[in-house]
Design a protein around this ligand. Structure first.
Ligand code: HPA
Length: 243
């Protein structure tokens, strides 16, 4: 079974015929929505829209723990987080799809661990390579098979949102070695690791990050780019190389 958490621009998975939906309760509250189960060409999928089916949950209010817990309960072993991002690296402009290999976490105040000494006893995970290499490779093979231009590797910077960044913040991220900036990559990736779920990110560049163009970032352009790119991403996720 392959799980997909859909981000901005992917609140539903239109090409998959949903066979059943399950509203899962977790010790951490409700996930962003019901889990939608579907199968296609012998591969089973479970889909969860990160911001809710009607896109009403902002990045800092997403119940990341409930989402990961619900998927774990459903028996998920492999999870792709689809995420809209701003591009910082020169080769990561709008329309490019990237599977990053590193993360820097700038978020704050989010419930970010299962090992908080309450629900589960204190523990520490190793997180040197935050994404599952095997799953990243599967994404790259699927991209090749569907002729989607996907870049291998990059550092994802997770910011708090919901506002976009200042030009100076993006300069700082650039100095830090961040290639892509988004609001939801953490704590999703580390919670998946804590839960023992293989996790990789399929990052879709929607815009140049703040200050990299003379014009301010346009939200209308972000939406337009995402509506184009997410069609490609759906195709990629449904191809047999993802099995
Ligand atoms: N910054 C943060 N998150 C984003 C951006 C951005 O520029 N574009 C899409 N998600």
């Amino acid at each position: 079974m392959l799980a997909v958490i859909g981000g901005s621009g992917l609140d539903s998975f239109p090409d998959l015929k949903i066979e059943r939906q399950e509203q899962v309760q977790t010790p951490f509250g409700n996930p962003s929505g019901p889990l939608s189960f579907a199968s296609r060409d012998g591969l089973e999928y479970v889909f969860l829209p990160r911001h809710g089916a009607d896109h009403r949950i902002p990045p800092h209010r997403i119940n990341y723990r409930a989402n990961i817990w619900a998927l774990k309960q459903a028996g998920v072993k492999n999870l792709i987080g689809v995420a809209a991002v701003g591009g910082i690296a020169a080769n990561m402009g709008p329309g490019v799809v990237v599977t990053p290999d590193q993360i820097i976490d700038y978020t704050y105040g989010r419930e970010h661990t299962f090992f908080d000494g309450q629900f589960q006893s204190v523990d520490h995970i190793e997180f040197g390579q935050p994404y599952a290499e095997e799953l990243r490779q599967r994404l790259l093979s699927a991209a090749k098979a569907t002729a989607v231009e996907m870049l291998d590797r990059g550092c994802y910077g997770a910011t708090q949102g919901p506002r976009l960044e200042t030009n100076a913040e993006i300069k700082k991220l650039q100095r830090d070695g961040v290639d892509l900036v988004g609001m939801t990559g953490m704590p999703e990736a580390s919670l998946a690791k804590e839960a023992g779920i293989n996790y990789a990110c399929c990052a879709v560049v929607a815009n140049w990050a703040a200050g990299l163009e003379s014009e301010p970032v346009s939200l209308a352009q972000i939406e337009e780019q995402l509506s184009i790119s997410m069609g490609q991403v759906c195709e990629l996720l449904m191809c047999k190389e993802m099995h």
